[in-house]
Design a protein around this ligand. Sequence first.
Ligand SMILES: [Zn+2]
Length: 154
Amino acid sequence: MCNANRDDQATADARIPLAPDASWRLPVGWMPVVNALHRELVALVGDYEINHGVWQKAGRLRYLAEFPVVSARARRLAHEAQERTASLCEVCGGPGMRAVASPRCAKHPMRGPGAVPEVIAARPALRTADDVARGGLSDPKPPQRATTSAERNA
Ligand SMILES: [Zn+2]
């Protein structure tokens, strides 16, 4: 059984530039790595696109993107993120055992009693043609704060 509280989980950066037909099966525990990688890539190459997708393969992150310029540094950043995820639990992002199938920590076993199924992060917002023309998604709007009945009656 998974004790992770879904409400506490960070969400994927909504500005991650996922092509409409790109795959997205990111284990939720790796989301901080992917959000950081995205920020580093934007700082390095500007607007880019994830043309193939983001998923786990052979116990590591796959982040298959196309960059506006040929950049060995961008490829290296993606490779470093891939290597980092090889020893991070897919469920909680904590230190995990390297595994060909799925790196997991002791609290989130893949098999046996107490096995935790994989948890896939929500897909970032899809980009429209207008978004691409404008050079990416605009900043997401902050969520509106709920008001209490006392505030409404004031
Ligand atoms: Zn874990």
